[in-house]
Write a protein that binds this ligand. Structure first.
Ligand SMILES: N[C@@H](CCC(=O)N[C@@H](CS)C(=O)NCC(=O)O)C(=O)O
Length: 224
């Protein structure tokens, strides 16, 4: 199987982390977003959305990080995607939550406009947008913190695909030195995920991106 990916991308990092931990052998084809490789015609032909990740398995082309994680987990028979209907439904629920509410209200509302060139806006618009969206983003973090107060992982006592998908979105704030201290259970979970053996080998490009930018001064978030 081939994975087209950018190693620093929020939607690729869960796939590379999970594949490394599950011992899934992939052919990795870098598509570097900051070099606009995803805009090349050959990639648009593969994925008309022009986004990463893309998995290709014997001619079968699959996009969407959540779908790719599930496909890989099923192929490997991984316990991270439990087969029992209720357990699986819970994992699906929380993966959908990260991919929608958390991504929209935290990543796209509070972080990306401060760090992604094509999502930049004027300082006044950014301040207005932050005022509007920050309560929602912080509410999502509160929900995540409450889940993690009950159990060590997002869906219970064992790690699941929801943790792999979620921790990538949850760490995005490190790009703007986001203050996670109001959500101590989220902090503890992030630390536990970072202690996993495959973390540094799969997340080092994100660390490089963090080192390369320091944008926190551009419209600080209000304390929680
Ligand atoms: N819902 C998709 C989102 C994919 C996505 O937006 N990927 C970003 C990288 S994190 C991308 O390729 N962006 C390129 C662009 O929007 O031009 C998924 O989870 O795979």
């Amino acid at each position: 199987m081939r994975l087209y990916y950018d190693p620093s991308s929020t939607t690729c990092r869960p796939v590379t982390l999970f594949a490394a931990e599950a011992g899934i052998d992939l052919d990795y084809i870098p598509v570097i977003l900051f070099q606009q490789e995803h805009l090349q015609p050959w990639f648009a032909e593969l994925n008309p959305n022009q986004t990463v990740p893309v998995l290709v398995d014997d001619g079968f082309v699959l996009t969407e990080s959540s779908a790719i994680l599930k496909y890989l987990a099923d192929a490997a028979g991984s316990p991270a995607y439990p087969p029992a209907p209720k357990a699986r439904a819970r994992v699906n629920e929380r993966m959908d939550w990260f991919a929608t509410l958390f991504m929209h209200n935290v990543c796209y509302a509070l972080i990306y406009p401060r760090v992604i060139p094509h999502l930049r806006m004027s300082d006044a618009t950014l301040a207005e947008y932050t005022k509007l969206m920050q309560p929602r983003g912080f509410q999502r973090l509160g929900v995540l913190d409450a889940w993690l107060a009950e159990t060590p992982y997002v869906c219970g006592d064992d790690i699941t695909l929801a943790d792999y998908l979620g921790v990538s979105a949850a760490t995005l704030g490190e790009l703007i030195d986001f203050d996670y201290s109001p959500w101590p259970n989220v902090q503890r979970w992030i630390a536990a995920m970072k202690a996993r053996p495959a973390w540094s080998q799969t997340q080092c490009a994100f660390d490089g991106w963090k080192s390369a930018i320091r944008t926190a001064s551009r419209g600080e978030l209000q304390p929680a």
